[in-house]
Design a protein around this ligand. Structure first.
Ligand code: 173
Length: 509
């Protein structure tokens, strides 16, 4: 039994819109106006199989949670007929372009370099760029506005130099450290990034498995492609589960309370509340890619409610409308009252706010971060904020009350060590692990972590440090850090459109 392909295909417009997801049929007609990603993307699949587009952006339990049971119409009776009908259907120009892209990617995948030819994190990025779908690459790589903060994040590390110690016995070097009370094998963690299945069909569980092998922490994103439980189930290894939860705070606090308490019950070890995203930044690469896939020129849809999260909004903005922009300091006691987990504020960007967070006595840590350059453009790098913050915390004795983490722009062990010397307890790494995953799956992430550990061990020896406790500000020269003497990253957009000024021309002879 089940619903026939013939019947499903009739429900192919706004009046009656059915879609297939993983072999089951759903009536989403009434849901169309509520879809956070806009109705156009659903209508593209009206009367057809939407699984490939649905999966990366929706955890598997989404339809059970958000679509009334009466709209679950049951399994497809004849999937072969659905597939045949789809093959015979006349394709839109965008679909033709997608098919051509799939061919190009299949070829690029076939010619991919072997994993052991990747020697550092940027190598994975280069491979991923060639083999990822255009929309996925656009989403992962995009950053806010002119992407100045994104590029400054990396540039900042290049303004700090080492002052190594010599003649230290570094035969044995220990990379392990403690983060929020637990021992981990290395001072980096996988930070939260949304939509893992855009890069790899197994999504975030690739990161989970590699993190478990290396005994490092994974921060689980609120907007993972895998469900929270799938990720926790995949977290097996010595000392595991060793997961933190990243939280976008929902306007409906009851939902947020349930998420937190479920995470705690499942063994998550800390709660990271994102505080730098009351609204998502404009990531124009992402917006352009989504608009191109939907076949419009990228124009935004202006309605009575303002700029709607529709065609022009890109993958991230479309699914972020639940985030509560009214979240504020006064909410912190509530978080403290609903969980016993350590609470960390993720996305702090100035020393005054670090001090304030510490003085509340309600939080156990902060992550200095500009969200990988994806939020406020011209937010400073976390390294620069760290260098400004730690002396103030130490002077007030607050450095013992909270742990300070940083993320953004780290690609080398030298970057990690610079941050640790300046007082960070650990560092978050996001995109590089996503790229390693997108190119080579769990083995890619595994290798990326192994490479980082290898670099760390060597760099610690060369720096004259045996353990994390040996790292301190005396080992770095930060004189250039705050003054940006190597310039602000190029302003590509403006350069492309700029007509140089002219000086007076000679008259024609
Ligand atoms: O940086 C992001 O893309 C991000 O944090 C996010 C937030 C909401 C939805 C999707 C992604």
């Amino acid at each position: 039994m089940g619903v026939s392909a013939e019947e499903i295909s009739q429900h192919n417009d706004r009046q009656s819109c059915w879609v297939i997801v993983r072999g089951n049929v759903f009536d989403v007609t009434e849901f169309l106006p509520e879809h956070p990603g806009g109705e156009k993307i659903i209508l593209k699949y009206a009367g057809r199989d939407a699984t490939a587009a649905f999966d990366p952006v929706h955890p598997p339990d989404t339809l059970d949670k958000y679509l009334d049971k009466s709209k679950h119409l049951g399994p497809v009776a004849d999937m072969a007929a659905v597939i045949a009908a789809d093959e015979n259907r006349k394709k839109t120009p965008e679909e033709e372009a997608e098919a051509a892209e799939d061919l190009r990617l299949a070829e690029a995948r076939g010619n991919m370099p072997p994993i052991d030819s990747c020697y550092n994190l940027l190598d994975f990025e280069a491979v991923a760029r060639r083999v990822m779908k255009r929309g996925a690459w656009a989403y992962y790589s995009s950053a806010a506005d002119d992407e100045i903060s994104y590029r400054e994040n990396r540039a900042a590390f290049q303004r700090v130099w080492f002052r190594p110690r010599i003649l230290i016995d570094v035969e044995r070097v220990d990379l392990s450290t403690r983060m929020l009370g637990a021992r981990v094998a290395a001072p980096f963690y996988v930070t939260a990034t949304a939509l893992g299945k855009l890069g790899h069909p197994d999504g975030e569980t690739c990161l989970t498995k590699a993190a478990a092998r290396h005994q490092v922490v994974q921060m689980i994103p609120t907007l993972a492609s895998c469900s929270f439980d799938e990720i926790m189930d995949a977290a097996k290894g010595p000392g595991n589960p060793y997961q933190w939860l990243q939280l976008y705070v929902n306007k409906d606090r009851e939902i947020t309370r349930k998420i937190i308490q479920h995470a705690e019950a499942r063994g998550c070890r800390a709660l990271f509340i994102t505080v730098d995203a009351p609204q998502l930044g404009r990531r124009e690469k992402d917006m352009r890619a989504k608009a191109a896939a939907l076949g419009n020129g990228g124009s935004s849809v202006q309605t009575a409610e303002g700029l709607r999260s529709d065609t022009s909004q890109g993958a991230a903005r479309a699914i972020s409308s639940f985030i509560d922009p009214s979240l504020c300091w006064d909410d912190l006691p509530w978080f403290r009252s609903v969980t016993r987990l350590p609470i960390v504020l993720k996305g702090v960007q100035r020393v005054e706010d670090v001090v304030r967070a510490a003085e509340t006595g309600l939080v156990d840590g902060v992550v200095l971060s500009n969200h990988g350059g994806r939020q406020l453009d011209f937010a400073r790098s976390s390294l620069e904020v760290l260098a400004e913050t730690m002396p103030v915390l130490r002077a007030r004795g607050l450095d013992r009350r909270i742990e300070v983490y940083v993320d953004g722009g780290l690609r080398r062990a030298t970057d990690i060590l610079k941050a640790l010397c300046l007082g960070a307890k650990g560092v978050g790494i996001g995109r590089p692990f996503l790229y390693a995953m997108s190119a080579y799956g769990v083995d890619g992430v595994d290798r990326a972590m192994a490479l980082l550990k290898d670099e760390l061990e060597m760099d610690m020896r060369l720096l004259g440090a045996r353990t994390m406790d040996d790292l301190g500000p005396e080992l770095v020269d930060t004189r250039s850090l705050g003054s940006h003497p190597n310039g602000v990253p190029d302003d590509h957009l403006a350069q492309n459109v700029y007509d140089p000024l002219q000086t007076p021309r000679q008259r024609d002879a």
